[in-house]
Design a protein around this ligand. Structure first.
Ligand SMILES: NC(=O)c1ccc[n+]([C@@H]2O[C@H](COP(=O)([O-])OP(=O)(O)OC[C@H]3O[C@@H](n4cnc5c(N)ncnc54)[C@H](OP(=O)(O)O)[C@@H]3O)[C@@H](O)[C@H]2O)c1
Length: 233
């Protein structure tokens, strides 16, 4: 049986991915922040496993390792993250915005991979999937594609940092046979929806599952689930 770990799985894209993988027969492990979220997961996916943790907690990595107890993981999905529409210009972005978004999107992703590394090494074809955003692309930003867009600077910066983390991890984990891919899930109709949102999280999750099942991807690819194109870094 294949297995997946998804952070931030109680709503939005995380929930939709948990649903897709669960229905496909995966053993599903999730990380959510409170009892209410855990109840949502168990109500919809009774056979799944839930760790209550904030991915920015200092003891998160250790607790994640204890939770997994060295069990095999085929796929780890870094999905948890915050931010969106606060501090959308240079004069409005605060140090607190930057620290919060960097902590969830980048530090949290690193802790999740560190806490799941032993489990990933037990899988035949392990994959780390980092849910990023087109807004983390330095190339697209430099081309003016996000100029004056009402998306938080802290969010864009945190996703760019997460992208660099992904490439660093891809280099380091290659010798263990672990692929690292980066996903732009589309402009999604979730609580974090951008103004041009047009894709349901369910459809995005289905596309990701199909991509992973096809194995038609390489480490270090930045893939859009909206267009299925490879995005520039
Ligand atoms: N929506 C879009 O159009 C879009 C586009 C590109 C990329 N993305 C990315 O896709 C991912 C999912 O986005 P979404 O639209 O589904 O967002 P969402 O509906 O706001 O859900 C975010 C999830 O992340 C969890 N979370 C946030 N900070 C956390 C932390 N520090 N520790 C643990 N869990 C945390 C939330 O938990 P709580 O319920 O406890 O808050 C929630 O489950 C994010 O990484 C986002 O940046 C989204």
């Amino acid at each position: 049986m294949k297995s997946v770990l998804i952070t931030g799985a109680n709503r939005g894209l995380g929930f939709a991915m948990a649903e897709s993988f669960y229905q496909k027969g995966y053993r599903v492990y999730t990380v959510v922040r409170n009892d209410e979220a855990k109840a949502i997961i168990h109500q919809h996916f009774p056979e799944s496993f839930v760790l209550i943790a904030d991915v920015t907690d200092t003891d998160y990595q250790t607790r994640l390792q204890e939770f997994l107890a060295d069990k095999k993981l085929d796929v780890v999905i870094n999905n948890a993250g915050s931010g969106g529409n606060r501090g959308v210009r240079t004069d409005l972005c605060t140090p607190e915005h930057l620290m919060t978004e960097f902590s969830s999107h980048c530090v949290g992703a690193l802790s999740t991979v560190q806490g799941t590394l032993a489990s990933l090494k037990h899988a035949e074809h392990p994959v780390v999937v980092n849910i990023s955003s087109r807004r983390g692309s330095l190339h697209m930003q430099s081309q003016g594609e996000a100029k004056q867009i009402r998306i938080a600077l802290s969010y864009r910066i945190a996703k760019a940092a997460q992208n660099m983390l992904s490439l660093c991890m891809a280099d380091d984990l290659e010798t263990d046979g672990i692929k690292v891919i980066v996903i732009h899930p589309g402009a999604l109709l979730t609580d974090m929806a951008p103004p041009d949102a047009d894709l349901t999280p369910k459809e995005s999750a289905k596309r990701l599952l199909n991509l992973l099942e096809s194995n038609a991807f390489s480490s270090r690819e930045f893939i859009s689930l909206a267009t299925r194109d490879r995005l520039p870094w």
